[in-house]
Design a protein around this ligand. Structure first.
Ligand SMILES: [Zn+2]
Length: 298
């Protein structure tokens, strides 16, 4: 996982050692080195830079239900699609739950995207799931994030892939481990073959756990064993708990059988780097959501 950067010596992304920085029209995005090396695989963690949205959504906001001008979000979405080689975007409704869903084009999928895409997109917007798995080319799984960990998975043997949305609730429900298991059950993907990228998420520097979060972790053996929690004094002098969402998910992936050498991390705290990403917890509300996507070309 050596550092390698495209781009022009921009020094503002010094922390993401395992990611590559790229630019496209009016946007910029990070890629995980090992995923970027896979032929036919398309993936990106977009920063908020570029785009058309105005403050407080400034930049490339993909969040459609945060109050931003819908026309601006649509234009931002077109920029994302453009950077993803034109792949249409698909995503369920995220609810911080534990459901994993298979994303499939309909049987008539060889028809032009205009015929199958919009009905499928609308149906998925009614489907509640926080992990999506797929084995078909021709679309990209995409969600918009602000503090929750985006987790990308790819199996180079079966060419299957997944996108996981893991906030504290999803992490406490072991959603990443559930996605790995679902890829095995549905597609035969073995954990030891998976490549994983864990994107920007809120860190223990910024995220204090409440009692509800502590109890939720206590309710899941795997999630509890994998939780990365720091304790340090708060402003009242007592010990408070702070959760590292990305590190907890890395531990979960390893516990699920993904080799540590196959897991890359972006190593950005969204709360510390609101210049690059959006943070639901640290920025004044409302704010935007940054896009993360993975898919296969035809
Ligand atoms: Zn932070």
């Amino acid at each position: 996982m050596g550092a390698r950067r495209a781009g022009r010596g921009d020094d503002t992304m010094e922390r993401g050692e395992a990611v590559i920085q790229r630019r496209a029209e009016r946007c910029e995005y990070l890629q995980f080195e090992r995923l970027a090396a896979v032929p036919g695989l398309v993936h990106a963690v977009f920063t908020r830079r570029g785009g058309y949205s105005s403050p407080p959504y400034q930049g490339l906001n993909l969040g459609g239900v945060v109050g931003d001008d819908r026309a601006m979000v649509r234009r931002n979405r077109e920029l994302v699609i453009g950077a993803l080689d034109g792949l249409p975007l698909l995503g369920t409704r995220t609810v911080h739950g534990e459901a994993v869903t298979v994303i499939e084009r309909p049987a008539s999928w060889e028809a032009p995207a205009a015929e199958w895409y919009e009905p499928l997109r609308q149906r998925l917007l009614q489907t509640q799931a926080d992990a999506m798995i797929a084995d078909q080319p021709g679309f990209a799984l995409c969600w918009a994030f602000a503090d929750c960990a985006p987790i990308l998975l790819y199996d180079p043997i079966h060419r299957t892939f997944a996108l996981v949305h893991a906030g504290w609730r999803g992490t406490a429900a072991a959603i990443a481990a559930r996605a790995v298991a679902a890829m095995g059950e549905r597609f035969g993907s073995r954990p030891r073959d998976l490549l994983a990228g864990v994107g920007p998420a809120i860190g223990a520097c910024c995220y204090e756990m409440r009692e509800g979060a502590r109890l939720a972790f206590a309710g899941d053996t795997l999630a509890a064993a994998c939780a990365h929690i720091e304790q340090r004094p708060g402003t009242d002098g007592t010990l408070h708990r702070y959760l590292d969402v990305a590190a907890s998910n890395v531990a979960q992936l390893r516990a699920a059988g993904v080799p540590g050498a196959n897991i890359e991390t972006a190593d950005y705290c969204t709360g510390c780097r609101t210049d690059l990403f959006y943070s639901h917890r640290i920025e004044p509300e409302p704010t935007g959501r940054f896009a993360v996507a993975i898919g296969r070309r035809e």
